[in-house]
Design a binder for this molecule. Structure first.
Ligand code: NDP
Length: 481
């Protein structure tokens, strides 16, 4: 069976323990590769390599750092289908989706930050003609990046690319559930000539590898994307050490549909915002609020479309939805459907496991699910399910829907459908979330700030925000008078 290796100091190496963890294919439910079960000693070796590489890398001209990163882009594009297939098999998503979204975005992340660093200027502030301040932005040193399983290479590179572009050296941990494309990235980095130690990838479990990254005194910043409780655990460990922290956490996003919307456009996009990537995107709109005038029309059209959605394995080019990432995740998602019923909800479509045939009989498939009849403040409507399950609720007024939309502990993203421009601005202003999409969803310009309010996280990624996170400002004030 294929064994993945850690990437430390420019080399592919076995974990010190020589122990491995099973890696499952969610489409079949079968083990198909082995992942290093690394421990703190592997992280310490990665930190040592990163510390050693840092002085030289941080002093390497940004044009040269940029050129190496663009070589990585070239190699991602050269290995595009191999990466997409690996991502689809590891995660359960349809391969066409991995091609269209995950791998395309991994290449764009490197390309964007390889070029952004060339335009990242420092500020100067004049004080009349007596003093001048200029602000240096220096790399931090060794930084940690920890990412989740839903968009594996996409989110892994979203952190690594700005970190190394800014001159830092990285110790990174992909999710143990979806490690394959991170492993393939380490092969690409070797081929691209990334100097040894600039990027180190340590595979393994969160409580061992992730915990050591959060704790290790030589790691001065941690960029984390994942669940809110894991984010809180990392903050508990890292904050007393005064590490810089960027935390991109969970969401329970509202999708607000007014009766004056462009119905067909809204319906098509709501299918995607509800179920894309099996509903496993932190930005999915899992609470759908529909103004009463079109509630019945929406319900009929939406349920009809959802019930026809084809659920199949990741290599089926006609699959609209694949498997969810793991057996335990499937059980968690289905347990929320049971909870919804206990809370008085009615399942309009879906709500059960899908059993495919043959090789795929053991896969983790869930029928896309629509539930109605729940109160906005029940657990189903407050807790993150992170699967192909949405609820629909009617509303009458703007005030009412804003109250319900803002009622959760999360504040990541929101979607609003209306043709009334004034109302669109008014609602966007009142929504307590880091991102608002009006008459669209998941449109991403990499220059814009990305992140959430409340328990959805701390800090913003994207554009110069990310380069600011991965650099330390130092103000120098000079008397010129
Ligand atoms: P987790 O929080 O379980 O895991 C995320 C990463 O943290 C994994 O690499 C995990 O390792 C690691 N980890 C686990 N425990 C620790 C620890 N004690 N110390 C350090 N690291 C640890 O999230 P999931 O992987 O389940 O991802 C789903 C979550 O991610 C959802 O809540 C979703 O909303 C959120 N998310 C947020 C996004 C955003 O931008 N705001 C984007 C995408 C997802 P291991 O895999 O071994 O457990």
């Amino acid at each position: 069976m294929f064994k993945l290796q850690n990437y430390i100091n420019g080399e592919l190496v076995a974990p010190n323990s020589n122990d491995y963890i099973d890696n499952y294919n969610p489409s079949t439910g079968k083990i198909y590769s082995l992942i290093p079960d690394s421990d703190s000693s592997d992280v310490k070796a990665a930190v040592k390599a990163a510390k050693h590489a840092f002085p030289k890398w941080s002093l390497t001209p940004k044009e040269k750092r940029s050129a190496i990163m663009l070589k990585i882009v070239e190699l991602i594009n050269k290995n595009y289908d191999k990466l997409a297939e690996a991502e689809a098999i590891d995660n359960g998503k349809p391969m066409w989706l991995a091609q269209k979204v995950d791998i395309a975005r991994a290449a764009s992340n490197f390309e964007f930050f390889a070029t952004a660093i060339l335009h990242f200027a420092s500020e100067a502030h004049m004080m009349e003609d007596k003093y001048v301040n200029y602000t240096r932005r220096d790399p931090l040193g060794v930084v940690g990046c920890i990412s989740p399983w839903n968009l594996p290479l996409y989110l892994f590179t979203w952190k690594i690319a700005p970190a190394i572009a800014a001159g830092n050296c990285v110790v990174a941990k992909p999710s143990e559930v979806t490690p394959m494309t991170a492993y393939l990235l380490s092969e690409i980095c070797i081929e691209a000539g990334l100097p040894a130690g600039v990027l180190n990838i340590v595979h393994g479990l969160g409580p061992k590898v992730g915990a050591e990254i959060s704790e290790n005194d030589a790691i001065c910043a941690v960029s984390f994307t994942g669940g809110t409780s894991t984010g809180a655990q990392i903050a508990r460990v890292a904050a007393p050490k005064f590490k810089k922290l960027s935390l991109e956490l969970g969401g329970k996003n509202p999708n607000i549909i007014f009766d004056d919307c462009d119905f067909d456009k809204m319906l098509a996009t709501t299918m995607a915002s509800s179920f894309a990537n099996q509903g496993q995107i932190c930005l999915c709109g899992s609470r759908i609020f529909v103004q009463r005038g079109i509630y019945d029309k929406f319900k009929t059209a939406f349920v009809e479309k959802v019930s026809k959605r084809r659920v199949s394995h990741s290599l089926d080019s006609n699959a609209q939805q694949g498997a969810v990432v793991s057996k335990s995740h499937m059980e968690k998602v289905l347990s929320y459907v049971e909870l919804a019923k206990e809370e008085g909800g009615t399942v309009l479509t879906g709500g059960t496991q899908v059993h495919l045939e043959g090789e795929y009989a053991g896969g983790y498939y869930i029928r896309p699910t629509v539930i109605e009849g729940l109160s906005f403040d029940c657990r189903t409507n407050q807790e993150e399910i992170f699967g192909p399950v949405v609820t629909i609720m009617p509303f009458d007024t703007e005030e009412e829907v804003l109250m319900m939309a803002n009622s959760t502990e999360y504040g990541l993203a929101a979607t609003v459908w209306t043709e009334n421009l004034t109302r669109a601005h008014r609602i966007a202003n009142e929504l307590d979330s880091g991102i608002v999409w009006i008459n669209c969803w998941l449109v991403r310009d990499l220059r814009t700030p990305f992140g959430g309010t409340k328990n959805s996280g701390v800090g913003r990624e994207g554009g110069f925000e990310a380069l600011k996170f991965f650099t330390e400002p130092k103000n120098v004030c000079i008397s010129v008078g």
